[in-house]
Ligand binder design. Structure first.
Ligand SMILES: [Cu+2]
Length: 141
């Protein structure tokens, strides 16, 4: 029993050590999509509490076969989305992924997600750090 507890402690400690402590994620959520929707979007605020700039480079999720980083822009009065290869988060600032701006976009999974479901995202940064995020599915911000 004692060794089991010890390995559990070591394990959770090493998970913490793996995460990039400079990045804090707040208000992560996935917008519930209507039945038959092809795509879903996710939003969150990324806060860089450290003293060096970081760049979000890649996002994965066990729930979605791919996760894209988009930015909504208005071109000639028409709303479009542009694909972003990476997202810089300067030291001491926060960047909001929110409706009308940056967002994550994913093909809807076969199993439909409902309000209250939890979805995990893994954010991978240019310095090699990763942050695991739990996002909740809901209808509105
Ligand atoms: Cu998009």
């Amino acid at each position: 029993m004692k060794s089991f507890l010890l390995s559990l402690l070591l394990c959770s400690w090493s998970l913490l050590a793996c995460a990039d402590p400079a990045i804090q994620v707040e208000n992560a959520w996935v917008r519930e999509a209507p039945p038959g929707a092809q795509m879903m979007a996710a939003y969150m605020t990324l806060k860089n509490t450290g003293s060096s700039d970081v760049t979000l480079e890649n996002i994965t999720s066990p729930t979605f076969r791919m996760v894209m980083l988009h930015k909504s822009v208005i071109v000639d009065g028409v709303a479009r989305m542009s694909h972003q290869d990476s997202l810089p988060i300067p030291a001491g600032t926060s960047v909001a992924l929110e409706p009308g701006s940056y967002h994550l976009m994913m093909p809807a999974p076969e199993q439909r997600l409902h309000s209250g479901d939890l979805v995990e995202f893994n954010l991978q940064f240019a310095d090699g750090g990763t942050v695991r995020v739990q996002a909740i599915v809901r209808k509105k911000p």
